[in-house]
Unconditional design. Structure first.
Lengths: 311, 117, 407
């Protein structure tokens, strides 16, 4: 199967627009949902305030510590958004529209998660500051714990499609969406999405208990880079969730990309809402629960899916 | 295939470059910066040492279990594609493999390897 | 054009909370024009709220220098400010306007605050000395400034680096003025020593029962707001801060419904920072003993509370969840008592943060011993959350209760 691809230059434009647009949409959702949860009288103005916050931070100077690793400090947000772009590249954005819908899309997704772990680790390592380093190592522990969850869930989604390509996974949902026939998949994948973007309950590397950890020594435009990268990654994961569980670009009247966008916005709103409602899970409890509860659940999910596929 | 690879690499590379440029803006040089501004943030007091060093990663037993599962992942990628063709035999084989590895998790859990001390 | 637009805020402010300045933090958290940031590196204005203890003055100078220039310093009710900082003083009422003004002046470059600490490392390494002292590379070669960490045997037998540092008095997440000296091996506190400030606000003389109970409600809800923020729920913390400024019984119920859900705040706090019943008995912190069902309450023997029914304390469990549930219970009860108390006065009030029969120093020592026992050997995140559940008198807004803030 030759993968659906776009011309590289067109791909750069499309990928850039989706990443930037996704980051903006997620940022706006975060601000508005946060204001609603906080009980603000006019939640909609929170979006404007968030934008003003970005503009103000852009004008502030960057910061540096005594003996940092400056190269890695700059590489970290760049690598993080680079792997987010890579993940976006293997996702189908419409019928036959994809930047690089390769046959091994799931494997690329797994690689993206590992590289994202490295990027966040570098962000905490580079500052040469104790709390930032603790955040970096925390993310390694957290990431290794949900890595397997992601793989089992995606492989279960690949079973009915008999292919590891995301385009084929969408095609296999023509009759019934995966969220219905693989009910455990969406909650488990939500854990993975919140984990890779260290959002809300799984915000361990940048947690408030270590005074924002890897972001502690970061200010100015570099902080904007980091937060935009995180929101872009969340947008990509929202698109991935829609692709794998909600039928991607499938839908009656509207064009494929519009359906995908709508579904992704709904999923992103769900992620953002969870981030504002669920407290941060303590580090050691998350590792224990991920290995003793969530992983066996994903085995069960795989077994059930396998049995259903054979019927 | 090559075109797909090229497209993906170009998207990732250009996004990374843009972000690197953003992260470089207005960043002062560590050596030339006024020293008291560069002390790591700990709430007002100076650290005694550099933070870099031999960090005690408490989760190292968990990483050993992870490696076992990673090898199992490699097995599962092609398994997923041929699964429907092979039928129930494939499901049982994979079930056996997962049960054996689950014993590994059980062992690690009972020995406290998934804890933090 | 861009300048006037962004000068409407939100101004990023780092709040250095001293003794009695908690009300300022809650007021700013609830405000739209101010953005409370958790790191001085992202701040534009350093706000000092509440009294600065003597020992915490030079750490405050360090925090000041970590705010990037151009920066501004604003002080609210801050007695004991170090002389090197020249803050713009403000009252609580006009605080947001002052911050906005300073913020916009900083944006156009009309306002700045000079660095107060030295420009070069005062103990610069000088390489290898004539008698063989010093060393190569990061251990003391050509200027690297700081030593590398040495190893120590950990609790599981591995000998790896141990970082000795003090999470200082002005770190967001810790109670105001609390210092956590640690020997950090990985992210576990192999050695820990907590210190609480030995000075703090007190209530003296005859005070109205209604005032004390309202202070209790505001203080406990303020503690809950900070704990919620540290537990990773900033939006809900904003809601609780808003309530802490002006508590009502309906508000307390609404907050309890929102926080005390299975997938809400307890996710962060269940099983964290367990304290035994014996630890909290007789520690001089009334609310803490009551959280484990031990009835240490000066109000029971107080004639002024005759006829006002006090509920018997229930054992809520020794973890952080139990402690914040106790705060909600006591805040609700305090509001009810304040309503019923009318004009009664008392001269031996049960302080929100502890028993008045114990001196401030003794209470600080007992409090520190308790906290040290709770965090030793714990993982760093759990330790900080535990300390956030053990605040002191300095996290109360006594100044606001007196309706006066010395400028």
């Amino acid at each position: 199967m030759t993968p659906a691809t776009l011309h590289p230059l067109l791909a750069v434009v499309v990928g850039g627009l989706v990443l930037a647009g996704g980051a903006v949409v997620v940022g706006a959702l975060d601000a508005v949902v946060g204001a609603a949860v906080a009980g603000d009288p006019r939640p909609a103005t929170a979006g404007v305030r968030a934008w003003r916050r970005v503009v103000l931070a852009w004008r502030r100077p960057g910061t540096v510590t005594e003996r940092p690793d400056l190269v890695l400090w700059v590489v970290a947000p760049a690598a993080y958004v680079g792997v987010a772009a890579l993940a976006l590249a293997v996702l189908p954005l419409g019928d036959g529209i994809a930047i690089a819908d390769v046959r091994t899309g799931i494997v690329v997704f797994g690689a993206v998660e590992v590289l994202a772990m490295v990027a966040v680790f570098l962000h905490g390592w580079a500052a040469n500051s104790a709390l930032a380093l603790v955040g970096a190592y925390r993310f390694v522990a957290e990431s290794l714990s949900f890595l397997l969850l992601s793989m089992f869930v995606l492989i279960a989604a690949a079973l009915p499609a008999e292919s590891m390509a995301f385009g084929e996974i969408v095609a296999s949902q023509q009759g019934l969406w995966n969220v219905v026939r693989q009910p455990l998949g969406l909650p488990l994948f939500t854990v993975v999405a919140l984990g890779t973007t260290f959002w809300g309950p799984l915000n361990l590397p940048d947690g408030a208990d270590i005074a924002t950890g890897t972001s502690l020594e970061v200010g100015g435009p570099a902080y904007i880079a980091w937060q935009v990268a995180r929101r872009a990654m969340l947008a990509v994961y929202a698109i991935a969730t829609s692709v794998v569980f909600l039928g991607g670009h499938l839908g009656p009247v509207l064009p494929g990309p519009v359906w995908l966008a709508l579904k992704s916005v709904v999923v992103a709103s769900g992620f953002v809402w969870l981030g504002h409602r669920v407290g941060r899970v303590p580090m050691d409890r998350f590792v224990r629960v991920a290995w003793t509860v969530l992983l066996p659940l994903s085995f069960l999910h795989l077994a059930v899916t396998g049995a259903v596929v054979l019927l | 295939m090559l075109l797909a690879f090229l497209a993906a690499v170009m998207v990732a590379g250009s996004a990374a470059c843009v972000m690197a440029v953003v992260a470089l803006q207005r960043r002062p040089s560590a050596d030339l910066q006024h020293w008291s501004r560069t002390v790591p943030v700990l709430g007002g007091l100076e650290p005694e040492t550099h933070a870099w060093g031999r960090f005690h990663a408490r989760f190292y037993p968990m990483t050993l279990v992870l490696i076992a599962f990673e090898m199992e992942m490699m097995f599962m990628y092609p398994w997923a594609i041929v699964y429907r063709a092979l039928g129930i035999k494939a499901l049982v084989e994979m079930g056996v493999f997962l049960v054996i590895l689950s014993l590994g998790i059980l062992y690690a859990w009972r020995e406290g390897g998934l804890g933090w001390q | 054009m861009a300048v006037t637009w962004t000068s409407a805020g939100p101004v990023p402010v780092f709040v250095a909370t001293g003794a009695g300045g908690a009300a300022v933090r809650h007021a700013l958290r609830a405000a739209d024009e101010v953005d409370l940031v958790r790191s001085p590196r992202r701040a534009c204005v350093l706000l000092v709220a509440g009294d600065v203890p003597t020992g915490d003055r030079s750490p405050l100078l360090q925090v000041h220098d970590q705010v990037p220039r151009p920066r501004g310093v604003v002080a609210v009710g801050a007695r004991g400010m170090p002389a090197e900082l020249a803050p713009i003083t403000s009252s609580l009422g006009g605080l947001v306007a002052t911050i906005l003004e300073v913020g916009s002046q900083i944006l156009v470059g009309e306002h700045d605050s000079d660095d107060v600490l030295p420009a070069t490392n005062p103990v610069e390494w000088r390489g290898v000395g004539p008698n063989g002292q010093g060393g190569e590379g990061m251990m003391g070669g050509v200027p690297y400034g700081r030593a590398m960490a040495m190893t120590a045997e950990g609790s599981d037998g591995l000998t790896l680096d141990r970082l000795y540092l003090t999470l200082g008095p002005w770190l967001p997440g810790l109670p105001s003025g609390c210092r956590l000296e640690v020997g950090l091996q990985g992210d576990v506190l192999e050695e820990a020593s907590v210190a609480y400030p030995t000075t703090g606000p007190t209530l003296a003389g005859q005070v109205r029962v209604a005032s004390v109970e309202q202070l209790r409600a505001r203080t406990l809800l303020g503690w809950l707001a900070d704990l919620t923020d540290t537990a990773g729920l900033p939006a809900l913390a904003r809601r609780v801060s808003r309530l802490a400024l002006d508590p009502t019984p309906e508000g307390v119920d609404a907050v309890r419904r929102r926080l005390d859900r299975r997938w809400g705040l307890p996710v962060a706090t269940d099983g964290v920072g367990h304290l035994e019943r014996d630890d909290v008995t007789g520690c001089g912190l009334g609310w803490l003993a009551r959280s484990r069902g031990v009835d240490e309450d000066a109000r029971r023997d107080d004639r002024a509370y005759d006829g006002l029914e006090l509920a018997a304390p229930t054992d809520r469990g020794g973890d952080v969840t139990g402690r914040w549930r106790t705060w909600l219970d006591e805040a609700a009860e305090a509001l009810r008592l304040a309503e019923a108390a009318e004009d009664r006065t008392t001269d031996r009030p049960e302080l929100p943060w502890g028993s008045a029969a114990v001196t401030v120093e003794d209470r600080a020592v007992a409090h520190a011993a308790l906290a040290t026992r709770a965090v030793s050997g714990a993982e760093l995140g759990r330790a900080v959350l535990t300390l956030a559940s053990l605040p002191s008198a300095c996290d109360a807004d006594v100044a606001a209760s007196r309706a006066e803030v010395p400028a």
